[in-house]
Ligand binder design. Structure first.
Ligand code: PEP
Length: 255
C-alpha cells in the first residue's frame, strides 16, 4: 500500500520572516492530518528556521534543489551533504530548473545519485512541454527524462516521482485527472521495465501542475495518483491545508 504524499514547493517566494509566518499559519492544522506524508519545501535561506519550527511535528522538510558535488569551490551552490542535516527530501529535475537553468537529464542524474548517497530522498520531476504534448510526444519525453535521471541507479524505494506537465505549471491550466493518471500509469510501466514490477507498484507518483483545493479531488480519486506536488497553492496556508485534508479523506476512503 503506497502512502499518500503532498509536498508544497514554495519556489523563490517568502523572505525568512514570511516563511516563518506561513509555517505558523498552517502548522497546527497540517500536523493533525493523519494518513498523508506532508512535506514543505521553502527556499534555502529558510530551511534552518523552518526545520526548527517543524521539530516534533509530523511535517517533513524538503529542499528545492542542490548541486551534485559534496563540497568545494562551487561558489553559491548547496550540496546534498549540507542538506542532509536539515531535510529528508529534495526536489530534483523541476521543469523550472531544466528550462531556466539548463539542467540536462545528465545533470539531474548526477543530482539524484548525490542525493541518495547522502540519504536525501529525491522528488524527481518529469513532464513534457506544450508543443511536445500537442505533438503526441508525452510518453517519449517522460520516458527519456526518467531513463536519464535513473541511469545507473539501483532500485530504491526512497524516491518519489512527480509528473508535472510543463504547460500546467503555474498556468492555472491543470491536466485532467484522466490525462495525469494515464501518464502516471505509463511512468509505472517505465519503472517496471527499468527496475521491476514490484518497484513500480511501490513507488509513489504524484501529479503537479496548477493543483488547488478545488481540483485536488479530481487527481487523487485515481488509484494511480498518490498525491500532489503543489506550487502556488502551497503559499496559501488555508488552501494547502485543504489540499492535504482532501487527500487524507479521499485516499483514506479507498483503503
Ligand atoms: C510546481 O512548482 O511544482 C508546481 C506544480 O507549481 P503550480 O502548482 O503553481 O503549478
Amino acid at each position: 500500500m503506497r502512502s499518500p504524499f503532498v509536498a508544497g514547493n514554495w519556489k523563490m517566494n517568502t523572505t525568512a520572516t514570511e516563511a516563518e509566518r506561513l509555517v505558523l499559519e498552517m502548522l497546527d492544522k497540517l500536523d493533525k492530518i493523519e494518513g498523508v506524508e506532508k512535506v514543505l519545501c521553502p527556499p534555502f535561506v529558510s530551511l534552518v528556521a523552518v526545520s526548527m519550527m517543524l521539530q516534533g511535528s509530523s511535517i517533513k522538510l524538503g529542499a528545492q534543489n542542490m548541486y551534485f558535488e559534496a563540497k568545494g569551490a562551487y561558489t553559491g551552490e548547496i550540496s546534498s551533504l549540507m542538506l542532509s542535516e536539515l531535510c529528508e527530501f529534495v526536489i530534483l529535475g523541476h521543469s523550472e530548473r531544466r528550462w531556466y537553468f539548463g539542467e540536462t537529464d545528465e545533470i539531474v542524474n548526477r543530482k539524484v545519485k548525490a542525493a541518495l548517497a547522502n540519504k536525501l530522498k529525491p522528488i524527481l520531476c518529469v513532464g513534457e512541454r506544450l508543443e511536445e504534448n500537442e505533438a503526441g510526444r508525452t510518453e517519449e519525453v517522460v520516458s527519456r527524462q526518467l531513463r536519464g535521471a535513473l541511469d545507473g541507479i539501483e532500485p530504491v524505494r526512497d524516491l518519489v516521482i512527480a509528473y508535472e506537465p510543463v504547460w500546467a505549471i503555474g498556468t492555472g491550466k491543470a491536466a485532467s485527472g484522466k490525462q495525469a493518471a494515464a501518464t502516471i500509469q505509463f511512468i509505472r510501466a517505465v519503472v517496471a521495465k527499468l527496475w521491476s514490477k514490484s518497484m513500480a507498484q511501490d513507488l509513489r507518483i504524484l501529479y503537479g501542475g496548477s493543483v488547488t483545493g478545488a481540483n485536488i479531488a479530481e487527481f487523487i480519486s485515481y488509484l494511480e495518483i498518490d498525491g500532489a506536488l503543489v506550487g502556488g497553492a502551497s503559499l496559501k496556508a488555508e488552501e494547502f491545508v485543504s489540499i492535504v485534508e482532501k487527500t487524507a479523506e479521499i485516499k483514506g476512503r479507498k483503503k
